[in-house]
Design a protein around this ligand. Structure first.
Ligand code: AMP
Length: 402
């Protein structure tokens, strides 16, 4: 892959597509700035080479053409300024116009000196971003001589700042940033040549979202642990009464096919042997720890139980490589978070290379205090899943295109 190191950027203007789509709390404070910090190496590299740096990112899903303060990148600009600690200027387009390539942005651009930064407003304020509009991409490209994609978390989308924009740069003038390169090499290396035993932990709400990834993982892992809501489709297919637990009845045959494939390939397939069950989907409700085969009709499994966590710990004991995507239960509610928290501790305790993918799973390991113990925590949810599915990301394809 062509990385920023392989091209000449000295003293040039550089457009860096970042992923600053960070989580915020109910007061609008940034709760986890990992995605901003992860972009710093590329930004600093450009500043050190006397570049004018233009930064752009999307944030959540605003209505295009309308300024909504909760979707503004203003807080991101402030956090960037705090984290970068540079003498150079950090300009931010504060015209609050609900557009991206504004007169104000162009004015600020004209004031830039070498080493200065300009952060544009939320790219999705312009409808051209999600429509992959060439016109919008062209406007963006007029800011810079060099295009750098460092937005791993957005690379699975064919949007203007990811895809269409690459048409306005020759191969010598576009490349991936350090974060993107790191994400791709990490996943690539692990999936191609893992140190064994290689264990995948797959959780989250639905089988449908992860079916392709599961299928692909079965080609390379030695063991697979299934948790979260998706486990119940498998348990039901095995003939268990699962009560009101989350299930996808149209995927029962697929679940059987996955289990058959595991058997055929000699992959050990583990499902929860017990669950934390409740009659209602709410925080303050009575819970029961029940074997997976004994869920009452009106109850639902909302987390894996203590016997399952112990079993999964045994499974992880000899692991040399672990890949984890998806929580073990409804971890957002304290009562159903223990399964995920314990798994995070166990994964951290192993001596394996550990790769965590997916926003929720990264959130779980951050909350459990284990994030620094992991070998690699991916900044992209959907994008990392696409890599597990063995698919080429549109963002990478566009960078590599002739
Ligand atoms: P995903 O986006 O597919 O990775 O799913 C993550 C979501 O799955 C989280 O918001 C969890 O609350 C949810 N989840 C995990 N386990 C369960 C369960 N047993 N029942 C319902 N939802 C679950």
């Amino acid at each position: 892959m062509n990385t920023i190191k392989n091209i000449n950027i000295d003293g040039k203007s550089v457009f860096i597509r970042c992923d600053f789509n960070v989580p915020k709390d109910e007061f609008g404070n940034i709760t986890d700035d990992r995605r901003i910090r992860a972009a710093l190496p590329t930004i600093r590299y450009c500043i050190d080479r006397g570049c004018k740096v233009i930064l752009a990112s999307h944030f959540e899903r605003p209505e295009a053409g309308k300024f909504t303060p909760e979707h503004s990148l203003e807080d991101v600009a402030k956090r960037l300024d705090t984290l970068l600690k540079i003498k150079n200027n950090l300009f931010f387009d504060d015209s609050k116009s609900g557009a991206v390539v504004t007169t104000r942005a162009k004015e600020l651009y004209d004031q830039m000196q070498d080493g200065d930064i300009l952060l544009l407003e939320n790219l999705r304020f312009d409808e051209g971003e999600t429509n992959n509009s060439e016109e919008f991409a062209k406007e963006l490209s007029q800011f810079a001589e060099i295009y750098i994609n460092d937005a791993f978390g957005a690379c699975h989308r064919k949007h203007a700042s990811i895809d269409a924009i690459t048409k306005f740069y020759t191969k010598q003038n576009r490349a991936s940033g350090f974060l993107l390169a790191k994400e791709i090499t990490f996943f690539g290396k692990i999936l191609k040549d893992p140190v064994r035993p290689f264990v995948a932990i797959v959780g989250g709400s639905k089988v449908s979202g992860k079916l392709q990834a599961l299928d692909k993982l079965l080609d390379s892992v030695d063991k697979i642990i299934i948790g979260g809501g998706m486990a119940f489709t498998f348990l039901k297919q095995m003939g268990y009464e699962i009560g009101n637990s989350l299930v996808e009845n149209d995927l029962l045959d697929e679940a059987q096919r996955v289990m058959d494939k595991a058997k055929e390939k000699g992959v050990k397939f583990y499902l929860p042997v017990d669950v934390v069950a409740a009659a209602e989907f709410k925080e303050n409700t009575t819970v029961k720890y029940l074997p997976s085969q004994e869920i009452p009709k009106d109850w639902m499994g909302l987390d894996i139980g203590p016997a399952s966590t112990r079993l999964f710990r045994e499974v992880l004991n000899d692991a040399q490589t672990i890949i984890w995507n998806g929580p073990m239960g409804v971890y957002e509610m304290d009562k159903f978070a223990k399964g995920s928290t314990k798994m995070a501790h166990y994964v951290a305790e192993t001596h394996a290379t550990t790769v965590v993918g997916g926003g929720d799973t990264a959130d779980v390991v951050a909350r459990s205090g284990d994030i620094d113990e992991m070998t690699f925590v991916s900044t992209g949810g959907g994008a990392s899943l696409k890599l597990l599915e063995g698919e080429e990301l549109p963002g990478i394809a566009a960078l590599e295109a002739e």
